[in-house]
Design a protein around this ligand. Structure first.
Ligand code: NDP
Ligand code: PYR
Ligand code: MG
Length: 544
């Protein structure tokens, strides 16, 4: 421990507040700096959850949590872990979205590392300014597509900060090993450019070579500073950069894109689990997406990959069961020449179809997935059409935050007369319909990335392979219990997330060893136990 006395009380990594014992107060010059009562961490947790609950406004709850994180990190994580279902919507979606929108006006303490165009040529120095040296995970954004809220520029920092707090709370990665980064190349958001409280560069976004050079300097500096095994998670980049960055760095760095790959893994798990409720194999189902960007095409590709493995049919063949609609209508072969490269594999033979309702009626999907970032696009007519085609339509409204969800849980159940199997990206409360209570699941990549990252880190894996995403997905699907299915859930509740993450980590690591990508040798015998033993716990340590 570096500090004592007054400075110790103001260091969030070591501060315990009133939990400092009598001996610690003597040994570390704390006498008189605290009131005389000694209060254990459990009691502090009880007090803090009451404190957070007293706020009615979600953003105030968020600010109370951020304030705690800045004051007493271990108490923050203990609180978050013990009340994960209640606090996830506060530190993560939907509230984190509003926090990013208002980041300039609620900004108190800087969190994470800001790398802007001003730091071009000096990124290694900037990384050296960060107080921690042993970094294992970086979540990086350039803020151009924050949830479904669009370009929030530098204020996107709330996302890497939130994602990394989940790496610790849900996946057990030490907080000191986590580094949130925002790359600021400007913003095209006029409102922010005209806001005197905007915290970022007041210029329009750099593109092309200027953008690529800054990102390349960043990627190189990260590897030089933290080594080959630092995990870089790309988050909430706009799709015109996201696919290129992933393609460019996947063979030289340990990277994955959460929106493309993490989301794919979590959705595949939910679909595999839902087969227990609807029957058949993946190959027996037909999938329709609203939204053909990162999430949509990422999920589509992983479904195709898994189906192809299960059936031995070529990828091109199984892709034909998967259809996507973008802002111009159904993706069909006549549009091929004008499509972005990530949409081309999905341009199947079909007459043009302009809107979603017509696409549902023509394609007759068994599964409808919303990845459009556009709220209320699964209309009554669309859900009714799904319900008329299927006994149990599977409907996933993945767009975040809640305002952008393609439909609400209530709408999905009501318009399908209680027959829909529904999950959403942001949480919805249980719904009562005709005397029955329906519990909607949360299809969010938060189930995957913490355990996935832990699995990579604990095995010293050096590259991400698609089979690792399949391994994560398989482990998650296996954690859905009969009790969950009985409630109509296709994901286990977040309450058990640390156990779930340990299983995901173990399955990912096992696959990495099998593929020869893991460098931590010898391979631990029991990978689940090993994952659990690697996990950070937020209980206070005693200071001598
Ligand atoms: N639940 C989860 O875990 C996750 C959820 N998401 C959510 O998914 C959403 C999309 O993210 P992402 O895929 O990265 O975004 P992209 O920008 O890459 O893709 C959005 C897609 O939606 C299409 N679209 C936009 N408006 C409409 C419309 N009115 N009708 C039909 N299609 C439309 C776009 O069409 P076009 O190509 O023609 O412009 C594009 O294909 C976001 O809200 C995000 O929060 C993302 C990742 C994880
Ligand atoms: C959940 C997530 O990653 C997103 O909405 O972008
Ligand atoms: Mg995201």
């Amino acid at each position: 421990m570096l500090f004592s006395g007054y400075t110790l009380l103001r260091d969030p990594h070591f501060n315990k507040g009133l939990a400092f014992t009598e001996d610690e107060r003597d040994a570390h010059y704390l006498r008189g700096l605290l009131p005389p009562s000694v209060i254990p961490q459990e009691t502090q947790v009880k007090k803090m959850i009451q404190h957070v609950r007293q706020y009615q406004v979600p953003l105030q709850k968020y600010m109370a949590m951020m304030d705690l994180q800045e004051r007493n990190e271990r108490l923050f994580y203990k609180l978050l872990i013990d009340h994960v279902e209640e606090l996830l919507p506060v530190v993560y979606t939907p509230t984190v979205g509003e926090a990013c929108q208002k980041y300039g006006s609620i900004f108190m303490h800087p969190q994470g590392l800001y790398i802007s165009l001003k730091e071009k040529g000096k990124i290694r120095e900037v990384l050296r300014n960060w107080p921690e040296k042993n970094i294992q995970v970086i979540v990086v954004t350039d803020g151009e597509r924050i949830l479904g809220l669009g370009d929030l520029g530098c204020q996107g920092m709330g996302i890497p900060v939130g994602k990394l707090s989940l790496y610790t709370a849900l996946g057990g990665v030490r907080p000191s090993a986590c580094l949130p980064i925002t790359i600021d190349v400007g913003t095209n958001n006029e409102k922010l450019l005209n806001d005197e409280l905007y915290i970022g560069l007041k210029q329009r976004r750099a593109t092309g070579q200027e953008y690529a050079e800054l990102m390349h300097e960043f990627m190189t500096a990260v590897k030089q500073t933290y080594g080959e095994k630092v995990l870089i998670q790309f988050e909430d980049f706009a799709n015109h950069n996201a696919f290129n960055l992933l393609e460019k760095y996947r063979s030289t760095h340990l990277v994955f894109n959460d929106d493309i790959q993490g989301t794919a893994s979590v959705v595949l798990a939910g679909l595999v689990a839902s087969l227990k409720l609807v029957g058949g194999n993946l190959a027996d189902h037909r999938f329709l997406f609203l939204g053909a960007g990162e999430a949509g095409t990422g999920i589509a590709e992983l479904i195709a990959l898994e189906t192809s493995k299960q059936t031995n049919a070529p990828l091109e063949e199984v892709r034909k069961n998967i259809w996507l609609v973008d802002s111009k209508g159904l993706i069909v072969s006549s549009r091929k020449d004008s499509l972005q490269h990530f949409k081309k594999p999905w341009a199947h033979e079909h007459e043009p179809v302009k809107n979603l309702l017509d696409a549902v009626n023509k394609i007759k999907p068994t599964v409808l997935i919303g990845t459009s970032g556009q709220g209320r696009t699964f209309t009554k007519e669309v859900i009714e059409a799904m319900a008329s085609i299927n006994k149990r339509p599977i409907i996933l409204s993945l767009s975040n935050p809640t305002s952008q969800s393609e439909c609400t849980a209530e709408e999905a159940y009501k318009w399908s007369q209680g027959r829909a199997i529904f999950a959403s990206g942001s949480p919805f409360p249980p719904v009562e319909y005709e005397g029955k209570v329906f519990v909607p699941g949360q299809a969010n990549n938060a189930y995957i990335f913490p355990g996935f990252g832990l699995g990579l880190i604990m095995s010293g894996t050096i590259r991400v392979h698609d089979d690792l995403l399949l391994a994560a997905s398989e482990a998650l699907a296996a954690q859905v219990s009969q009790e969950n299915f009985d409630k109509g859930l296709i994901y286990p509740p977040f309450t058990n997330i640390r156990k779930i993450s340990a299983h995901i980590a173990a399955n990912v690591a096992a696959k990495a060893y099998e593929l020869g990508l893991a460098t931590r040798l010898p391979q631990p015998k029991d990978l689940v136990k090993f994952a659990e033993s690697c996990m950070y716990t937020p209980a206070y340590r005693s200071y001598r």
